[in-house]
Design a protein around this ligand. Structure first.
Ligand code: NAD
Length: 543
């Protein structure tokens, strides 16, 4: 019950800490890393009020040191999926009826806990479990997640305040009801913040959730659950289970109260889930909401007028930060022949100075890729280039999986704009360059638009305003996040709402009001103050 129209405190983006030598934040995260490395944790599933330990333990190791054991999680089976759905449905009524300001307060408190006492812990968990350097962990697990929680609370308030007009004697109202049933959040390995956002965005709007994180992210996901508990999230609102994807899907997608899928991950998995939901449509009580942000083949398009140093820096940061394992990572670059020599020289010189190794050493810009499967997939692409006459490696190309899954930042020069590395998502520290004749700018824009099934992020570098406008026109549907003279990564909540179209997703923009709208089903209420008592209309009185 509310007795006021409350205002969420105005959110501001969480400042990114620098972690310079001697800073208190660096000391705190070093302590947290030491502590985490000195113990093996035992991570249960969280179902309702219970912490479930099945005894089927799966090892968690840092990708950069795969023989080290950080701990184990307890894997579940179909019965745990059923239990988690039951727990979510049991928690639903009380959670949905809790006044919105109390729901908001829990998540705002979670944001403050991450900004303060849990910051070092969640960053350290992300550094070790997902092999991110401190800056990549800070902008993800701390800052972006805090922003998601705070901005979404504001968007919730804005949604609730959107009300229809009323005519005389009538009061029209809109209620933004949570969906009927439960929501399934299926999250990827690469961003702690995305994992945390996919379960909290629908929960904030009054839904209860079954959350299935990627196995490679469970080490930081358990810190998120700890934060939820410390923030006072009631049992059963978010239930976290570790079950093989298809096993979970089999139970969830056959349940009549399945109300929505909040997914981020690869395109093929999302398409398969959508197909299954489509095939099962007669089972459900309502049409499930399907929100999915998926893969990318993100581009940097360079005009003949661009600044060489800016382009080269955008390639290094855009393609190689977090080992290229960002959905937004630049992975294909189109450079005019008048600039290529200079860009190449700058790029190769920069890469010579970049250090690779464990994120526990703060001097390492590049860390390991997530696991053996990824390592093999990426290195196969590299090996095929070595044997190809269409493309050559001009920087990097070496890899070593003995201690950790390390792959050098690799630049491929492709003669063929349709070569596989120019078109397919590799999801590793690999970028492909195609050099085009500078007078074929427009034709190359069409090539950029049409050479990949994805449309997530992309950038144009140019000092020529006509070229910028032309590229913005021709590439209108080639990217959901389009950058002018900036790298195509690093979207900030509240500033660049994130998501793509075509094969890259439903483009419901994470960290934006339009995403939260997918988790409600509006009820329109018309109340008439003076009831009508005569059926007659004046036009009926005479012919
Ligand atoms: P993935 O598709 O392998 O896994 C994503 C999630 O789906 C995991 O939790 C996984 O266990 C689950 N899953 C897999 N098969 C399943 C099935 N049959 N049924 C139910 N669940 C299933 O993706 P990933 O390797 O974790 O993440 C990398 C991918 O995510 C890349 O393609 C990347 O582009 C994409 N991504 C996109 C965005 C975006 O905003 N567009 C953001 C981050 C990552």
């Amino acid at each position: 019950m509310s007795f006021g129209n409350f205002k969420i405190p105005q959110p501001i983006n969480e400042p990114v800490l620098n972690y310079i030598e001697g800073s208190s934040e660096k000391q705190a995260v070093k302590e947290a890393l030491k502590q985490a490395k000195s113990q093996e944790i035992d991570v249960p599933m969280y179902i309702g009020s219970e912490k479930i330990r099945t005894g089927k333990k799966v090892k968690m190791s840092p990708p950069h040191d795969h023989q080290h054991v950080l701990g184990h999680f307890h894997e579940g089976d179909a019965s745990h999926v059923h239990d988690a759905i039951e727990a979510a449905l049991a928690a639903k009524e009380s959670w949905a009826k809790l006044s919105w300001e109390h729901r908001a307060a829990i998540f705002l408190k979670a944001a403050d806990l991450i900004a303060g006492p849990y910051r070092a812990k969640i960053n350290a968990a992300t550094m070790l479990g997902q092999s991110k350097n401190i800056y990549q962990a800070e902008i993800d697990a701390a800052c972006e997640y805090i922003d998601f929680l705070k901005f979404n609370a504001t968007y919730m308030e804005e949604i609730y305040s959107q009300q229809p007009k009323s005519s005389a004697g009538v009061w029209n109202r809109m209620e933004y009801r949570p969906l009927e049933g439960f929501v399934f959040a299926v999250t990827p390995f690469n961003f702690t913040s995305i994992a945390g956002n996919l379960c909290t965005a629908p929960a904030m709007m009054g839904n209860t959730i079954l959350w299935k994180p990627a196995y490679a992210q469970i080490y930081s996901a358990q810190v998120i659950m700890e934060v939820f508990q410390a923030a006072g999230l009631p049992d059963g609102v978010i239930n976290m289970i570790y079950v093989d994807g298809p096993v979970a899907g089999e139970v969830v997608f056959n349940h009549p109260e399945f109300a929505g899928l909040h997914f981020t991950g690869s395109t093929q998995v999302f398409k398969n889930l959508w197909k299954t939901i489509g095939q099962n449509i007669d089972i459900y009580n309502s049409y499930p909401r399907i929100v999915g942000e998926t893969g990318g083949k993100d581009f940097i398009m360079v005009h003949a007028s661009a600044d060489v140093q800016e382009v080269s820096t955008a390639i290094v940061r855009g393609a190689f930060e977090y080992q290229g394992q960002k959905c937004s990572a630049a992975s294909r670059v189109y450079i005019p022949d008048n600039l290529w020599r200079e860009v190449q020289e700058h790029l190769i010189n920069t890469l010579k100075g970049i250090k690779m190794g464990s994120p526990e050493n703060f001097m390492h810009f590049i860390n390991a890729v997530i696991d053996k499967k990824s390592f093999e997939k990426i290195t196969q692409y590299i090996d095929r280039v070595k044997a190809s006459s269409d493309a050559e490696i001009i920087a990097g190309g070496n890899y070593d999986g003995a201690k950790g899954y390390f792959i050098e930042p690799t630049v491929i020069l492709s003669k063929n704009p349709h070569y596989e590395t120019m078109c397919e998502e590799i999801f590793g520290p690999v970028v492909s360059v195609y050099v085009y004749p500078q007078d074929e700018f427009e034709a190359t824009l069409t090539l950029v638009d049409q050479s990949s099934a994805y449309a997530l992020t992309g950038a144009i570098f140019s000092k020529d305003r006509y070229a910028i406008e032309r590229s913005s026109d021709i590439l209108q549907y080639a990217a959901g996040n389009f950058y002018i003279n900036d790298k195509p990564t690093g979207a900030v909540v509240g500033q660049q709402p994130f998501g793509g179209g075509r094969g890259s997703g439903t483009n419901d923009k994470a960290g934006a009001q339009m995403n939260l709208l997918r988790w409600v089903s509006a009820r329109t209420i018309k109340e008439t103050f003076m009831g009508v008592t005569d059926y007659n209309y004046p036009f009926l009185d005479a012919e």
